[in-house]
Design a protein around this ligand. Structure first.
Ligand code: MN3
Length: 199
């Protein structure tokens, strides 16, 4: 069994004007496809060949030493991007809904304050990485991770994640990562986030 890159759940231009068509196309068809292909090559012939991506990311310490770094990067890249495409949508609610809304307000004080903290996590991740809203033991947190490291490997459930690698925004926003982080809220899929929070 090998991992498969799913097609996007919307058209390549569906996230415009927040994320332009060319960025989405290269990001999905080249970057995400690359992580997928590399992951499949790396796990071939190992005991993790037929395991789920979650199983792999929560047992990185058991990977063969010579493949550990590669699997960490590419399994993370595969998983993080699956989630990233899923938590965006051209339509839908513009704010958290249901239990997630309540939990965000209880944890951060307000939706505005949550956004501020999430954007700060994205802005202060030096170099490449991710900002994520995560859950552990029923508690919400915002975290950032370098490279393709996944919060899953730290025992978190990821509710929402935003890619702050330059390839995610540079064609349209150039060096203005903060503008991308602010604009991104317009395409967040709060229905999916709510489902992930309740799961
Ligand atoms: Mn990316």
């Amino acid at each position: 069994m090998s991992f498969k890159l799913e097609p996007l759940p919307y058209a390549y231009n569906a996230l415009e004007p927040v994320i332009d068509e060319m960025t989405v196309t290269i990001h999905h068809d080249k970057h995400h496809q690359g992580y997928t292909n590399n992951l499949n090559k790396l796990i071939e012939g190992t005991e993790f060949e037929n395991k789920s991506i979650e199983e792999i990311l929560t047992h990185l310490d058991q990977m063969p030493e010579d493949k550990k770094a590669g699997i960490t990067n590419n399994a993370g890249g595969y998983y993080n991007h699956n989630l990233y495409w899923e938590v965006m949508t051209p339509g839908g609610a513009k704010e958290p809904v249901g239990n997630l809304k309540t939990a965000i307000e209880q944890t951060f004080g307000s939706f505005e304050e949550f956004k501020k903290q999430f954007e700060a996590k994205g802005a202060t991740r030096f170099g490449s990485g991710w900002a994520s809203l995560v859950k552990k033991d029923g508690k919400l947190e915002v975290v950032n991770n370098p490279n393709q490291d996944s919060p899953l490997s730290d025992g978190y459930t990821v509710i929402l994640n935003n890619d702050v690698w330059e390839h995610a925004y540079y064609l349209k926003y150039q060096n203005k990562r903060g503008d991308y982080l602010k604009a991104w809220w317009d395409v967040v899929n709060w229905d999916v986030a709510e489902k992930r929070f309740n799961a």
